[in-house]
Design a protein around this ligand. Structure first.
Ligand code: UTP
Length: 293
């Protein structure tokens, strides 16, 4: 019998150097998309996909993340005293139920693979999800839910992939595929292939369902690209003994860890929000008409 996917690991211990100076004292995962931290969207995707427990891998300077997912007693009291009960109610609905979120410190930012490995004691011996919090994935069905559906049918491991412009493939982790007995299987992964050598135009986009054996590969993993312990390297080791299926995500993905992706996500969400859309469209109109100062 297949074990249910109950836990999601969300690594939030990186430095966010691409978003400096914003991330000098603010975790990049709390930068806002309109008026909500990007991490809120990822947590909502996890719970909407049936996840019961989230393990946040945090680090120094990330204490604000724990506070964000806790009740803010003084704020709540003050809002209610001022008749703003509706706002207080909305805030308390966002707080996960008691015990549904754990926090573990990575202590040293040694790479994504090391961050995932830091969660091993809380995950235990069961398959689990990994969600990159700066990859905002927007679709009518949550990306992770679609992946869990594939897992429920086949078991094994599942990785979300997406089409990339072949001219940009050298910037991403690219998969190679082969047709299996019951659908496509991932047969290889290569981080940032030299231009013109990418084995496909599908890149790994930020959601994984992994079997717990990945922890033993991470345990003995030597630092790879950039001197970091790479999750990709451990997944390559898994390929020898386990099936890994692709889920081709066809919604919109925004890399909110980069200025262009972050602004794109804000524009996308703002244009979908009544009361905000109008001001954004007006600003674009003014800018295009030459009112730039
Ligand atoms: P990134 O490489 O996108 O995050 O890792 P980063 O290192 O913070 O960003 P840059 O490249 O310096 O701008 C993907 C996710 O993995 C986490 C990050 O917080 C991010 O959410 N991460 C990365 C860790 O938790 N620990 C690490 O050692 C590295």
């Amino acid at each position: 019998m297949k074990q249910k996917i109950r836990k999601a690991v969300i690594p939030v211990a990186g430095f966010g150097t691409r978003m400096l100076p914003a991330t000098k004292s603010i975790p990049k995962e709390l930068l806002t998309i309109v008026d909500r931290p990007v991490l809120d969207y990822i947590v909502a995707e996890a719970f909407a996909s049936g996840i019961e427990h989230i393990v946040m891998v945090t680090g120094r300077m990330k204490a604000a993340i724990e506070d964000h997912f806790d009740h803010a007693f003084e704020l709540d009291t003050s809002l209610r005293r001022n008749g703003k009960d509706a706002i207080a109610e909305a805030l308390s609905k966002d707080v996960p139920s008691v015990g549904a979120m754990s926090f573990v410190r990575q202590q040293e930012a040694k790479g994504l693979g090391h961050a995932v490995w830091s969660a091993r004691h809380i995950v235990g011996n069961e398959p689990f999800a990994v969600m990159l919090p700066d990859m905002l994935m927007v679709d009518s069905e949550p990306c992770l839910k679609s992946m869990i559906d594939i897992y429920d049918r086949h078991g094994g491991n599942v990785i979300a992939v997406e089409q990339v412009d072949p001219d940009l493939a050298h910037k991403f982790g690219i998969v190679s595929l082969a047709e299996g007995n019951d659908g496509p299987l991932i047969t290889g992964l290569v981080e940032k292939p030299a231009p013109g050598t990418a084995p496909s135009n599908l890149f790994i986009s930020g959601r994984y369902i992994l079997q717990p054996e990945v922890f033993s590969y991470l345990e003995s993993q030597k630092p790879g690209a950039g001197g970091e312990i790479q999750l990709t390297d451990a997944i390559i080791s898994l390929l020898g003994s386990q099936e890994i299926r692709p889920f081709e995500f066809s919604g919109r993905t925004f890399d909110c860890g980069s200025p262009a992706g972050f602004v794109g996500a804000n524009l996308h969400m703002a244009l979908g929000r009544d009361g905000v859309r109008e001001a954004v469209l007006e600003e674009i109109k003014l800018y295009e008409a030459g009112h730039r100062h």
